[in-house]
Design a protein around this ligand. Structure first.
Ligand code: NAD
Length: 469
């Protein structure tokens, strides 16, 4: 069985120890992931620190060309990486699955390559001229989750290196190997030390984020871990981009044509088996529309084939790990014991972390499946009477990543949309992120944004040059 390797200072590192990774669809071994020790974290950060000085001196054009080369490598290897990702993460090859994730990796590399942050004149009069320059921060610690492991790693790596930083990336301990392979491949385009990886659980993440030579932390994961990251940054004063969990509400406005929106609602909730930060996790529908929503979503759910994502006809795979599988099962069983209307769809294979697509009706705010982030294929559908009540429900939790409104009159929704407390409010779509559009959370879903020009600014510091005339 193959042992996958970390990339440290341009070399594949001999692992201190290793652990086995299993396919969540069938339990088969995929090989071994390396497990870094604290010395490896030091080596990786040191290599990144040394490499950063020369990397930052490269011209903007050179870094752009290298970033474009990385996009090409990702494209050339997308078949290999997508298959590895399906085996490791569970999302199917087809539909909005692993191939889709690889296309996103290419796009989120090409777009930052094409953007520039030239110096801005922020003030000028007869006596002075002040220009603001964007310079790199130094070494970026990137800590990633297991749900979209390659795409989220790319969101962290590419803007950072594009702007002259170097990176030490720690993938999730649940999904390290496709990420390690991606880094091994794209490192061919990069000088040694610009992109390094370390692997392991939260202890290695903690060692990395506390490291005195880290100048920026990019973190995507749960709210609980986010709080540890904020504490870590007290030791090195590294600014943080904090992308945390969500419990996104979607509100269907009264009288909306349900048939027209049903398919987008379905995928808004069940993308990646619901293991997506900005998925619909609570669906609010007016009582008169409730039956129509239930029946349209049921009709779509009953057509979905659940199984091993290597099968091209499968669109719904397993959950990624046992912890998440148990958590979702638990939330559904809690709803069932409370007398909710639990409707399950799809034939579930016996082996693997598979769950049926689950719609849960007759459920209310305050029940666990509504109030806790389920991060799985179980959608609570909550009735409302007055629209104001739905807005109050949507805003009552601490999470504020995304939200959506569904309507036949999208042009009339701007004022309503601004009432929702979320980093992004989508209208007639959900989770529709774009590499040019800033994305980040409000409230307990984090702070800072990724993507577009604002995302690039987040991996730089400002340096003002003030000249007396
Ligand atoms: P998690 O917080 O358990 O783990 C994320 C990463 O943090 C892993 O690499 C883990 O090893 C590391 N880690 C754990 N403890 C640490 C510590 N003390 N110090 C440093 N690193 C530590 O999250 P997860 O279960 O992998 O991901 C699921 C969560 O991520 C969900 O809540 C989801 O909504 C959220 N998420 C948010 C976004 C977003 O963009 N806002 C995107 C994807 C996922």
């Amino acid at each position: 069985m193959q042992t996958y390797r970390n990339t440290v200072d341009g070399n594949l590192a001999e692992p201190a120890s290793r652990y086995e990774i299993f396919n969540p669809a069938n339990g088969q071994s995929l090989g071994y992931a390396p497990e870094s020790d604290e010395q490896e974290v030091d080596r990786a950060v040191h290599a990144a620190l040394l490499a950063q000085k020369t990397w930052a001196k490269r011209s903007d054009g050179e870094r752009r060309d290298i970033t474009l080369k990385i996009a090409q490598i990702l494209e050339d290897n997308s078949g290999y990486l997508a298959e590895l990702l399906t085996r490791e993460q569970g999302k199917p090859l087809s539909g909005p699955g692993s191939r889709f994730e690889m296309q996103a990796c290419v796009g989120w590399t090409q777009v930052p390559a094409s953007l520039e942050l030239p110096p801005e004149t922020v003030y000028e009069d007869d006596e002075r001229k002040d220009t603001l320059h964007r310079v790199p921060l130094g070494v970026v610690a990137a800590v990633a989750p297991w749900n979209w492991p390659l795409m989220i790693a790319i969101w962290q790596i590419i803007p950072a290196i594009r702007m002259g930083n170097t990176v030490v990336l720690k993938p999730s301990e649940y999904t390290p190997i496709a990420t390690l392979e991606m880094v091994r491949l794209i490192s061919e385009a990069l000088p040694p030390g610009v992109l390094n990886t370390v692997t392991g659980d939260g202890n290695i993440g903690s060692k990395l984020t506390h490291h005195p030579d880290i100048s920026k932390i990019m973190f995507t994961g749960s709210e609980a871990t986010g709080r540890h990251i904020v504490k870590a940054s007290a030791s090195n004063l590294a600014p943080i981009t904090l992308e945390l969990g969500g419990n996104d509400a979607a509100i269907v406005l009264p009288g909306t044509d349900i048939k027209r929106i049903a398919n987008d609602l379905f995928w808004g909730a069940f993308l990646n088996m619901g293991q997506t930060c900005a998925c619909i996790k609570r669906l609010y529908v007016q009582e008169d529309d409730y039956e129509a929503v239930m029946s349209e979503l049921s009709a779509i759910a009953s057509q979905m084939k659940i199984g091993d994502g290597m099968d091209e006809s499968v669109l719904i795979g397993p959950l990624q790990n046992k912890m998440q599988f148990e958590k979702v099962r638990n939330l559904v069983s809690d709803a069932r014991s409370a007398g909710c209307d639990v409707r399950e769809f799809g034939e579930v294979p016996e082996q693997g972390y598979f769950l049926p697509i689950t719609l849960v009706g007759n459920i209310m705010d305050g029940q666990r499946l509504v109030d806790e982030e389920q991060f799985g294929p179980a959608l609570p559908i909550i009735r409302y009477r007055e629209l104001d009540d739905a807005f109050e429900s949507a805003n009552r939790l601490d999470a504020g990543l995304g939200a959506s409104l569904w309507t036949d009159r999208p042009e009339e929704t701007i004022e309503l949309a601004t009432r929702l407390e979320a980093g992004t409010v989508w209208v007639n779509q959900h989770g529709a992120i774009h590499p040019m559009v800033p994305f980040g959370g409000n409230k307990a879903s984090g702070y800072g944004v990724e993507f577009g020009i604002d995302g690039l600014k987040a991996v730089t510091q400002s340096r003002v040059i003030s000249i007396k005339k």
